[in-house]
Design a protein around this ligand. Structure first.
Ligand SMILES: *[C@@H]1O[C@H](CO)[C@@H](O)[C@H](O)[C@H]1NC(C)=O
Ligand SMILES: *[C@@H]1O[C@H](CO)[C@@H](O)[C@H](O)[C@H]1NC(C)=O
Length: 154
């Protein structure tokens, strides 16, 4: 039996150990003026779950580590829930990324920042699966970072 013939069962065995749909990756949806290096969401482990559970009546805390590739004066958070391809705006109590968000403006090129935000999950929200699109934008509405994560309101 040749080595190349042996590879097949090894691959099949490895695939069987990683059941499809039990993990996810944060998708970059067009970060332009920066890059995110780490994202953390309350009670959400992308290595063991297929989506983040957003529990109604709680505040979900999101932390994003990112590095801008140029100096930036203002940072504004824009959040959408995408349902069946239709983006619906999520209102943040504090969309101003320069205020009480763990970062100091203006941002300096190539420095590392850790942005923290609270997303209230209201009791009136329907229990649906959706894609959350989160953008940090400049005053010119250019994306510093943009990422998406699969979520379910529970
Ligand atoms: C969520 O945060 C808001 C504002 O920061 C606060 O008023 C509210 O009490 C919090 N809700 C919960 C359930 O912790
Ligand atoms: C930012 O973080 C990266 C990796 O985490 C590190 O290599 C780099 O030196 C840091 N830059 C600054 C300005 O601290």
């Amino acid at each position: 039996m040749s080595f190349s013939m042996m590879r097949y069962p090894v691959i099949l065995f490895t695939a069987a150990l990683i059941p499809f749909g039990t993990c996810f990756k944060f998708i970059d949806c067009g970060s332009q003026l920066g890059q995110f290096t780490n994202i953390a969401v309350t009670n959400c482990d992308p290595t063991t779950s297929a989506y983040c559970k957003l529990k109604r009546g709680t505040n979900v805390t999101l932390t994003v580590k990112f590095t801008p590739n140029q100096d930036i004066t203002e940072v504004k958070a824009v959040v959408h829930g995408i349902l069946g391809g239709v983006p619906i705006p999520f209102n943040l109590p504090n969309p101003d990324g320069c205020k009480e968000s763990g970062i100091q403006c203006p941002l300096v090129k190539n420095e590392n920042y850790s942005y923290i935000s609270e997303l209230p999950v209201l009791n009136v929200y329907p229990k649906v699966k959706l894609q959350v699109k989160w953008e940090l934008q400049t005053e010119e509405k250019e994306d510093i970072v943009c990422f998406e994560l699969p979520a379910k309101i529970v």
